[in-house]
Design a protein. Structure first.
Length: 94
């Protein structure tokens, strides 16, 4: 996984958690449905684990996660996500 892809997944997870506590299954579904081709269950789980082990998020009950103050700082530092671009640039048909 490339560094920018990893950062995008981490920022997506933190963004979802910044709105309040979220259940694991809801978090996984929203991250995997974010539109990024690299956002899969197999790439989501290690990034969630990284954020949890390093204190950026915390598990408040079984399967429920929330962002920590340390995670809010990381969220502010991670680069903004780039829009998804599909296909070739549009041609001028005039």
């Amino acid at each position: 996984m490339k560094d920018n892809e990893r950062d995008i997944l981490r920022k997506t997870i933190l963004k979802l958690l910044s709105k309040g506590a979220v259940r694991y299954t809801v978090l996984e579904k929203k991250v995997c449905a974010s539109g990024y081709t690299f956002a899969t269950t197999n790439t989501f789980e290690p990034q969630l684990r990284y954020l949890l082990c390093n204190g950026y998020i915390e598990r408040i009950s079984r399967g429920v996660y929330q962002i920590t103050p340390k995670g809010e700082k990381l969220f502010g530092v991670l680069p903004d996500q780039q829009p998804i671009k599909f296909g070739l640039p549009a041609r001028n048909l005039e």
